[in-house]
Design a protein around this ligand. Structure first.
Ligand code: GCU
Length: 620
């Protein structure tokens, strides 16, 4: 449970001092830095950042003389000895309090903003414990107003990435448990009254809606959008929400129209770039701005395009999106946790739709109230930071969780909260599908009744299913909602070649894609051939995963990428690219008012494929 932290959005638009760079660290596998041998909080703990006060004073640590780690960054790829490390690391940075004059004029407040710290962190200033944050991927802020007198101050952050049964995620994941201060840290300066949240978006029926959360003595809120001749005081309802009578040009996949937006409240000012688009489902189709839009997607982890490290910042975002654009996507699944804000802003700028997800992944302690509480905290961080992004169309509550009454109730509670925070986007969760001999797959997970889109992870031709049967496989649900394949694919080691029956070869992987895309095409909703409204194959790039141990092939990497861990393209990259090119330019998914179009009028052309011959493989 978080304490002493707040959520704050638009931080990239705020007056800040970056605290990125080298921080001194102490690696503390026995957690001695907080609790002493008596298991109580040890007042001479590392958070005190003590210095010997006299020659006889015994202080058994010294941050000044300790090694450093770069922030932002995971610790696992910075030091060979920390590669597998799961435990506590203490980070310390000396920060300068702004000069008196600056603090008084204008008077204001100061927050330490953490982009993300995996997994649980405590924040201390000058030895005082200020906050605890639980969750490895969401941003949080800690107020330090009045604690930063001019001069040096010791900012200490204890971070532990231990896996625990009652954490989110819990004991197992198919990604590397990168630990550390993995995203930027900033000192953020705001006036006494400021807009802790200010967001704008468009409801499915085309109304411009938004909301604010004012922190401090209240003051009127004004909004200016010069290109729309808007300069108005905003009328807030009891929940701080409002509506505007505006007809902006739409942000559309491939045509990202963004507007300069200027908020003011008292002395506070926020300048942002915002797009407006509607998203909804119509039967089994996903409709953006009234147009049926087939999601040509790819899944991504937050791992840099080179070096197998946690990605962060604008350059990593640009590199990952460059590659995704080369694939011809209009949609990206940001799996399985909140990604860096630069990712969703890059998507906004490039006109690429995104799926944003909570790390409620595999085995979670769904029956534990404190776990649900933290899931809500992580959800609030996910939505409050990104609900102003036109590119974001999905809030995903979970990935591959087994149906049970506790799980269903847990996810239903999250879905309800998501719709409370933002009723303008689609709610979903990626469902696990288990092997079945049937060609006609019926997906009736009870979660399908709660979500807006039924998202299916299926691995026909890899974990199960015969490749030759894939093209003639059909999918259905009892929910009458769009289906998207949030995962599908298979593994291959880059430059490992052979015939397409030889597992781990690029040819084997490419053949799976051929067969899968023939199946997708035969089930496409926009062509009236089935419920499939899109896909985001698993995955853009090979990524680090401790459960992947096959020597000479996996070596600690999940090999389902369409490119290697260094960005080298495998054959399947072009299989998917040419399919996306084909359907994008077949005029089937581009604008023209579909709401009342009969999909059966002229079905999309068949995608021809060379059905490869597969081998049954049913273990993950
Ligand atoms: C799962 C899971 C992914 C995992 C993938 C795989 O479906 O959601 O996180 O990496 O399968 O097995 O490669």
């Amino acid at each position: 449970m978080n304490s002493g932290t707040v959520t704050m959005s638009n931080v990239l638009q705020r007056q800040r001092i970056s605290l990125d760079g080298d921080w001194n660290v102490i690696v503390d596998p026995y957690e001695m830095g907080y609790v002493g041998i008596l298991e109580q909080r040890n007042d001479r703990g590392f958070f005190r950042d003590h210095k010997p006060r006299h020659p006889g004073d015994r202080v058994e640590y010294d941050f000044d003389a300790s090694p450093t780690l770069r922030v932002p960054g995971d610790w696992n790829t910075q030091h060979e000895r920390l590669h597998y490390y799961e435990g506590t690391v203490w980070y310390r940075r000396i920060i300068e309090g702004p000069p008196e004059e600056q603090q008084r004029n204008p008077p204001g407040r100061v927050f330490v903003h953490v982009g993300a710290a995996n997994h649980t962190s405590r924040v201390f200033l000058d030895g005082q414990e200020l906050a605890t944050h639980v969750g490895g991927f969401g941003p949080f802020a800690v107020e330090v107003t009045g604690r930063l007198s001019p001069g040096a101050h010791s900012l200490v952050v204890q971070v532990d990435n231990r896996r625990e049964k009652d954490r989110i995620p819990a004991m197992r994941s198919d990604w590397w448990n990168f630990g550390g201060l993995t995203r930027s840290i900033d000192l953020v300066f705001v006036p006494d009254t400021f807009l802790r949240h200010a967001w704008l978006t468009m409801s499915p029926d085309g109304r411009v809606v938004g909301g604010v959360e004012i922190d401090g003595p209240t003051a009127p809120v004004r909004l200016r959008i010069p290109e729309l001749d808007l300069d108005t005081a905003v009328e807030l309802d009891a929940k701080g929400r409002f509506e505007l009578d505006l007809e902006p040009e739409r942000w559309h996949p491939g045509a990202p129209r963004l507007y300069d937006v200027h908020w003011s409240c008292g002395d506070d000012r926020i300048d942002d770039r915002v797009g407006f688009r509607t998203v909804e489902t119509v039967g089994e189709r996903i409709v953006i701005n009234g147009e049926t839009t087939f999601l040509r997607g790819i899944s991504m982890h937050a791992e840099a395009l080179s070096g197998g490290r946690r990605s962060h910042g604008p350059d990593d975002a640009a590199a990952l999106f460059d590659l995704a654009e080369e694939l011809g996507v209009n949609f990206v699944r940001l799996a399985h946790y909140q990604h860096d804000e630069h990712m969703v802003r890059e998507a906004d700028r490039r006109g690429i739709l995104t799926w944003c997800e909570l790390p409620v992944y595999w085995g979670i302690a769904f029956d534990q109230p404190h776990v649900l509480e933290n899931a809500h905290e992580q959800l609030d961080e996910l939505i409050t930071r990104d609900r102003c992004r036109a590119s974001t169309i999905f809030w995903s509550m979970a990935n591959e969780t087994m149906p049970s009454p506790e799980r269903n109730a847990f996810l239903a509670s999250l879905a309800e909260r998501a719709r409370e925070l933002d009723g303008t986007r689609l709610v979903s969760a990626a469902l696990l599908t288990l092997p079945t001999a049937d060609r006609d797959h019926l997906v009736d997970d009870p979660l399908g009744a709660i979500v807006d889109v039924v998202a299916i992870n299926q691995y026909l031709g890899w974990y199960y299913g015969e490749r030759a049967l894939i093209p003639s496989t059909t999918w259905s649900t009892p929910f009458g909602k769009p289906v998207i394949f949030t995962e599908m694919g298979g593994g291959a080691k880059y430059a490992n070649h052979g015939d397409d029956g030889q597992i781990w070869t690029e040819e084997f992987q490419a053949a799976i894609y051929e067969a899968q895309l023939a199946m997708v095409d035969a089930n496409r909703a926009d062509a009236g051939r089935g419920p499939v409204a899109g896909l985001s194959p698993w995955i853009l790039k090979d990524f680090r995963a401790p459960v992947r141990v096959l020597p000479g092939i996996q070596d600690g990497y999940n090999r389902k990428g369409l490119v290697s861990e260094e960005g080298e393209k495998k054959l399947a990259f072009d299989v998917l690219r040419s399919y996306y090119d084909e359907i994008e330019h077949a005029g089937r998914t581009t604008p023209g008012h579909d709401r009342d179009r009969d999909p059966d009028s002229d079905p999309a052309p068949e995608h021809d494929q060379h059905a490869g011959h597969g081998s049954e493989d049913d273990h993950r």
